[in-house]
Design a protein around this ligand. Structure first.
Ligand SMILES: [Zn+2]
Length: 508
C-alpha cells in the first residue's frame, strides 16, 4: 500500500488538520534564504499588481456554436444534438477582474507560520526550485499557437506517431477507444456523468458503482478528460457530440461566486480542480472564446481557494493544503497557462512554496501533508509532477532521484491514482524513451490491457481495485477515467521537457 494514510482521491472528508502550531513556533531567526524568498515574493506581487491581465468577458454561448459546428456539412457527426442555448447562458458575471483575485491571493506570507514549517530539507534544493517557477509569466501564447505545440499530440496524426515512438501499441489504443466507449455509454441524458454510473442505459449492468452521490461536477469533468486527451473536442474527433454535451453540462453546473466560478461539490476542491482542468484543456484545444470565460472563472476560483499562507489547497477553500488536492489545481493552472489564460504570478509561486513544505527525503518525495512528513508513493508522484509543471530543471539531482525511486518501485497493481501520476512523471522525465521508460511502460501498459473488463456492458472499463483510495467514492467511472488517461500518456500532453523534440518530429 502506497498511500495508506492518504484519503480517497475523491471527496473523502478527512479530519480537519490538527491546529496549526504557529502560535507555539519558536521565534527562530529568519535565515537568509527565507528573507530572499520573501523579497522575491514581494517582487512577484508587485509585478502582478502592476501588470494585470484584462478580465476575459464571459462568453457562454458555447451551445449555439456547438450546434452550428455540428450542422456544418464539413462535420459529418450525427446531427441529433439538441442543446438549447439557454441551458448554457448564465447571466451572472462569472469572471471577476483578475485584480480582485490577485489582491485576495496576495496576502503577504506570515513569517510566524513560515518559520514553523519544515519548508525544505535543504536550502540547496529550495533556492533553484523557487527561482525557476515556470508559471511566473502570464502566458502570451495564443491558444491557436499552443494547439500546434503542447496539445498537438492529440491530433490523429500526432497521436499515431507518438504512440509508435513511445511504446504504445495497437492494443493499448484499442483499450483507450473501448474505455471511451464505456464512458460514452454511461453519460447521462443531460450530458453529465455520475460516480454512480447505474443510471441511464446501464441500469446496474456494471458493478462497482461509486458512492459519491453529489459529485456530478467532479464526475463529469473526470469523464471528459480522457475524451479531450484523445483529441476529441466539440469541434473535432469522432466523439465530439459526447464532449459537447459534457462541456455544456459542466459549464451549466458552474456556480458564480464573488471569487470566480466554483465547481466545488461533494468532491470538494478535487471536483473544482478537475473541472478547471477540463475547461482549460477544452479551451486550449479549440481556441473557442466562449470557453474562455468559464475557464478563466474556474482559474480565478483556484487562486482564491489557495491557502493564503501555506500556498496549498485542501478540501475546503483556503484551508492548509494537502498534496493530493493541490496536484489537480496545479495541473489546471498549467493548462490555463498553456491556454493563454491569466494566471497571477503569485499563485504558482505559492504553490512551489507549499511543495517545499511537504517534501521529504531531501526532496525525493512528498508527504500528504505537513503534519505527517512521510514518504508516500502517490503524493511523491504528484509532487514531482507539480515540480515539473512549475519549471524545475530536468537535471535537478533531487528530481532525478525522486523519479528513480518511483521507477524502482514500478507501477502499482491496485492503485490507479498512483499509476496515473507516476506514469506521467516517468514519461515526462524520460521523454518516453530509454530503459527507465521502457521498463515502466511495458509493465503499466500490459497490466492495464489485461485487467480491463472485456464482457457485457462493462466492456472497456476497469473495476476499481482493493487498495485504491478512490475505490468506494469514485467507483468504476473513476478507475476507468484514470486508467484510460494513463494509457493516453503517449500523446495526452507533450513532454514538458521534450516539447521541441517532439514538435520537430511531426510538425514541419
Ligand atoms: Zn454499465
Amino acid at each position: 500500500m502506497l498511500m495508506d494514510d492518504v484519503p480517497a482521491a475523491l471527496g473523502v472528508a478527512s479530519p480537519a488538520p490538527s491546529p496549526a502550531a504557529s502560535g507555539e513556533a519558536p521565534a527562530a531567526a529568519i535565515p537568509s534564504w527565507l528573507a530572499s524568498l520573501v523579497v522575491h515574493l514581494l517582487a512577484v506581487l508587485l509585478l502582478a499588481a502592476s501588470d494585470l491581465p484584462a478580465a476575459v468577458e464571459p462568453p457562454l454561448a458555447l451551445t449555439a456554436r456547438i450546434a452550428e459546428a455540428l450542422d456544418d456539412p464539413l462535420h459529418d457527426a450525427p446531427l441529433d444534438v439538441e442543446l438549447a442555448a439557454e441551458e448554457l447562458d448564465v447571466d451572472a458575471p462569472l469572471v471577476e477582474t483578475v485584480s480582485a483575485d490577485v489582491a485576495a491571493a496576495a496576502t503577504p506570507v506570515d513569517l510566524a507560520s513560515v518559520t514553523e514549517m519544515a519548508i525544505a530539507e535543504s536550502s540547496d534544493s529550495l533556492a533553484p526550485l523557487v527561482a525557476e517557477v515556470g508559471l511566473l509569466e502570464v502566458a502570451s501564447t495564443s491558444p491557436a499557437e499552443f494547439l500546434a505545440g503542447g496539445y498537438g499530440g492529440r491530433s490523429a496524426a500526432g497521436r499515431a506517431e507518438l504512440v509508435r515512438r513511445a511504446g504504445g501499441s495497437a492494443q493499448s489504443e484499442k483499450a483507450v477507444e473501448e474505455s471511451l466507449d464505456w464512458l460514452a455509454r454511461h453519460q447521462l441524458d443531460d450530458g453529465s456523468w455520475s460516480f454512480d454510473h447505474r443510471y441511464g442505459e446501464c441500469q446496474g449492468q456494471c458493478d462497482h458503482a461509486g458512492t459519491l452521490l453529489n459529485g456530478a461536477k467532479g464526475a463529469t469533468a473526470l469523464a471528459l478528460l480522457p475524451f479531450l486527451g484523445a483529441g476529441n473536442t466539440p469541434l473535432e474527433g469522432s466523439r465530439r457530440r459526447v464532449v459537447a454535451r459534457g462541456l455544456d453540462a459542466l459549464v451549466a453546473m458552474m456556480e458564480p461566486t464573488r471569487h470566480g466560478g466554483s465547481f466545488y461539490d461533494g468532491g470538494q476542491m478535487y471536483s473544482h480542480g478537475i473541472a478547471a482542468m477540463a475547461l482549460c484543456e477544452a479551451y486550449a484545444m479549440t481556441g473557442d472564446e466562449r470557453l474562455a470565460g468559464p475557464a478563466q472563472a474556474a482559474v480565478n476560483f483556484i487562486c482564491y481557494a489557495q491557502d493564503p499562507q501555506g500556498g496549498g489547497w485542501r478540501y475546503e477553500p483556503r484551508q492548509r493544503g494537502d498534496t493530493s488536492v493541490a496536484g489537480w489545481q496545479v495541473a489546471a493552472l498549467k493548462s490555463a497557462f498553456l491556454a493563454g489564460l491569466a494566471v497571477p504570478a503569485v499563485t504558482p509561486a505559492k504553490a512551489s512554496y507549499f511543495l517545499d513544505s511537504v517534501q521529504v527525503d531531501q526532496g525525493e518525495g512528498y508527504a500528504y501533508e505537513q503534519q505527517k512528513l512521510e514518504y508516500r508513493g502517490a503524493t511523491s508522484a504528484i509532487g514531482l509532477l507539480c515540480r515539473m509543471y512549475l519549471g524545475t530543471d530536468h537535471q535537478h539531482p533531487v528530481l532525478r532521484r525522486g523519479v528513480q525511486r518511483l521507477a524502482d518501485a514500478g507501477p502499482s497493481t491496485n492503485d490507479a491514482y498512483y499509476n496515473y501520476y507516476a506514469t506521467q512523471v516517468v514519461f515526462q522525465y524520460t521523454g518516453g524513451e530509454g530503459k527507465m521508460w521502457d521498463r515502466w511502460n511495458k509493465k503499466m501498459r500490459d497490466m492495464l490491457i489485461e485487467t480491463r473488463d472485456a464482457e457485457g456492458h462493462a466492456r472497456g472499463s476497469w473495476q476499481p481495485r482493493q487498495g485504491d483510495h478512490g475505490r468506494d467514492k469514485g467507483g468504476r467511472l473513476y478507475a476507468t477515467a484514470l486508467n484510460c488517461m494513463t494509457l493516453e500518456v503517449y500523446y495526452r500532453l507533450l513532454p514538458i521537457y521534450q516539447e521541441k523534440a517532439f514538435k520537430e518530429g511531426f510538425d514541419e
